[in-house]
Design a protein. Structure first.
Length: 364
């Protein structure tokens, strides 16, 4: 018995938890692409993004990998062991633990929505690929030392069959559309990042100005802040979101930081005026160009309200914006965000050679 073990025994301390055995993949095994989505991800945006990505036609083609989902380390290891497998880690907060638990880094594709304050990341150059959700995150990762061959812009995503330009802004009955579920204070990190207190203050000011405001998403019946009676709360299937966007003049998001949000892509494609913090997709656009505006993170509810009124006024006065169409600038950006195109990009990453690792199972 070693000295450390003797000391633990003398002090009555428990033995340290045993690390799981490393996962050993094989280039000759079954070809698989596995999404790692913990049980807590069910019904959340990352779950929906994966479903949309894997519904694309490219996965039915000959030679495509078998698609699987793992919700814990044990099921992930079982799906990877002996297989020619890659795993898409859909939340960066899980990466360190999975690598520590023996998942080979050269077989990991990291879906990185946004760099999180206080979250340390390992050397991302050891991974098979890193998917950056927006151009700002891609640039920051490149500055931090991630090699260009590892780094890919992956603005997931929207379905152009559901989200497309609608009527002119003057024919749209909703002045301001705010999209997203309400999550209570019991989830403090998410709650603070979405800035619900600010959002509810803004809703009150907008309603006082006589604007028609719609909150689109689940959970708002349990909102812990006072909401004015005039605000409309809608909880419908995502398949019906497109029609509501095409009825809205302006889509607003006050949350920060964001990798997206997806509502920005959906509103952009629907010809809406867009206002948000300069984060996520919005940071890829110049403020005040093509019906897209930013406000600083420090802006308070009164500033947001004033800016929304100005945006709506500009939208009425500008013939191009008031048409409610999707401009060439928006179309160029959105082209890369189609789920079919993103699925093809992911499929091509699957075909790239995996770097030699120390956990490859040999045959023969």
């Amino acid at each position: 018995m070693g000295m450390r073990a003797q000391l633990r025994l003398a002090l009555g301390l428990p033995a340290p938890a045993r690390r799981p055995s490393p996962v050993r993949c094989s280039a000759q095994g079954p070809f698989r692409l596995i999404a790692y989505l913990s049980g807590g991800s069910q019904g959340w945006i990352l779950d929906f993004i994966w479903r949309d990505l894997t519904s694309a036609t490219v996965w039915g083609e000959q030679g495509a990998p078998e698609l699987r989902v793992a919700s814990d380390r044990a099921s992930l290891a079982a799906a990877m062991d002996g297989a020619n497998a890659l795993v898409v880690v859909m939340f960066q907060g899980h990466l360190q633990r999975l690598l520590r638990d023996g998942i080979p880094p050269e077989r990991v594709i990291l879906y990185l929505s946004h760099v999180r304050i206080g979250l340390a990341l390992p050397d991302l150059n050891r991974l098979h690929a890193v998917l950056a959700l927006n151009g700002q995150e891609q640039a920051l990762l490149r500055i931090s030392g991630v090699k260009p061959q590892r780094l890919h812009w992956f603005p997931a995503g929207f379905d152009p069959a559901k989200f497309f330009a609608g009527p002119s802004l003057s024919q749209r009955p909703i002045d301001v559309l705010l999209v997203g579920r309400y999550v209570p204070k019991s989830n403090p990190n998410y709650h603070e990042r979405k800035r619900y207190a600010l959002l509810c203050d803004l809703v009150e000011l907008l309603c006082e100005k006589g604007l028609r405001v719609v909150l689109l998403g689940s959970g708002w019946r349990a909102c812990e802040y006072q909401l004015p009676a005039a605000v409309e709360q809608m909880d419908v299937a995502h398949s019906a979101y497109g029609e509501l966007y095409r009825q809205a003049r302006l889509v607003c998001s006050v949350s920060a930081p964001e990798g997206g949000p997806v509502s920005f892509l959906e509103g952009l494609a629907s010809g809406c005026l867009m206002l948000s913090v300069a984060t996520g997709f919005a940071a890829d656009f110049q403020c005040g160009v093509d019906g897209i505006w930013h406000l600083p993170l420090s802006a308070e509810a009164a500033q947001w309200c004033e800016q929304i009124q100005q945006c709506l006024q500009i939208g009425r006065a500008d013939a191009v914006l008031s048409a409610g169409g999707c401009s060439p600038l928006r179309q160029d950006y959105l082209h890369s965000a189609h789920f079919e195109r993103l699925a093809l990009q992911l499929r091509q990453l699957c075909d790239q050679p995996v770097a030699d690792g120390s956990m490859e199972r040999s045959h023969g």
